[in-house]
Ligand binder design. Structure first.
Ligand code: VTB
Length: 352
């Protein structure tokens, strides 16, 4: 039995990790180079991650080892890893073992274009607390606490919207649903429109959209549609802290995706890869707890560009200011953190 995770302390370390990634990404805002924006966010996140007192392991990251130089799946990170190497022994009596899912820049296009809602984000938990989801597509429905337990990904869009409206004590036409603006969602969009709900179509970033759906006052009541599976796991971690709900299912049928069929592996190949990963039922409906079964979950996100929940990084002569969301399942603190990173001398003026 190793050292227990102290979520309260670690969450503030992960705050630093997200802040660093967001600041570096924000410096590239609007430069039109999404790969570079992502690269600097990854580097910054990786560097600060190594100062976190833990034996960390990346379970969702930038890709497989051979395709990503940093924050690849399986990479060991954290101060404890370095200490263990130096000492030549495990160090698990002084450092907790932590699994981490990262998305150093969620919404690379948003950042490259200077559009809203790009964030630097991660989730962490005790070992095994986050599903090692494959990097494929996932159909999702995400709602806040009032509609938790009322949705069913197998039911029609109309029925789900009626249930969400009931949970919120309002009419369907008072709902706003976020949907990624993709050809694959043509039918979904039509169904939402026919049911009478309002829609906000977004170009990217279904993770921050899902989180907004679980926070009252954002005027977003649900996220529906197909996005990335890794983003789904991090969303689930956030839902555990916010009392929201995600239901999801992997999507590997090219007919349901707006992708060039010749460019994606055939279904049978994906299904056998999933089997290798321990996923025997590729059509399984995943609940919040299936995606993020952890008991000690930490979620941290920092705004890169302005968004529905978080402000983007602001640069002023003598420093930077970041806005983040940090929360844990254990301590039940939802922290919106406004940090001034002072870089000027002793005369630096700090504004309210
Ligand atoms: C999804 C979504 C992400 O990219 O992964 C999307 O979950 C990619 O979808 O939030 P397409 O392949 O259809 O572009 C994001 O929007 C941003 O990373």
């Amino acid at each position: 039995m190793g050292y227990e995770i102290q979520t309260e302390h670690l969450s503030l370390d992960f705050l630093r990790v997200c802040e660093a990634a967001a600041i570096e990404a924000a410096k590239t805002m609007g430069q039109g180079d999404r790969k570079y924006s992502d690269h600097v966010a990854v580097e910054a996140m990786r560097t600060v991650m190594d100062t976190v007192p833990m034996l960390g392991r990346i379970v969702i990251g930038e890709g497989e080892r051979d395709e990503a130089p940093m924050l690849y799946i399986g990479e060991e990170v954290g101060e404890g890893v370095r200490a263990a190497r130096e000492k030549g022994e495990p160090c698990d009596e002084i450092y907790p073992e932590v699994d981490i899912a990262v998305d150093p820049l969620e919404g690379t296009n948003l950042c490259a274009l200077g559009a809203n809602n790009a964030i630097a984000v991660l989730a962490a938990s005790e070992r095994g607390g986050l599903l090692n989801a494959p990097d494929i597509y996932m159909d999702k429905i995400v709602v806040g606490p009032s509609s938790r337990g009322l949705i069913d990904i197998n039911a029609s869009v109309t029925n789900n919207l009626a249930a969400i409206a009931k949970g919120l004590g309002r009419e369907v036409n008072d709902l706003t649903v976020i949907v990624l603006d993709r050809t694959r969602h043509r039918k979904l969009i039509q169904e939402v429109r026919d049911a009478g709900a309002r829609i906000r179509l977004i170009s990217d970033g279904d993770l921050s959209a899902g989180i907004s759906a679980a926070v009252a006052g954002t005027n977003i009541h649900a996220l529906m549609g197909i996005g990335g599976a890794p983003e789904g796991v991090i969303t689930a971690a956030a839902m555990k802290c916010l009392n929201g709900e995600i239901q999801a299912r992997l999507v590997f049928d090219p007919e349901r995706l707006d992708v060039d069929k010749n460019k994606v592996p055939p279904q049978e190949e994906v299904v056998s890869r999933l089997k290798e990963m321990g996923i025997d039922d590729p059509n399984k409906v995943y609940s919040t707890d299936d995606l993020a079964p952890g008991k000690k979950i930490i979620f941290a996100a920092t705004g890169v560009t302005d968004g529905a929940l978080l402000r983007g990084v602001r640069f002023f002569g003598a420093g930077k200011r970041t806005h983040s969301l940090v929360m844990t399942t254990e301590s039940r603190h939802i922290r919106f953190v406004d940090t001034v990173h002072v870089e000027g001398g002793p005369d630096t003026v700090i504004r309210f």
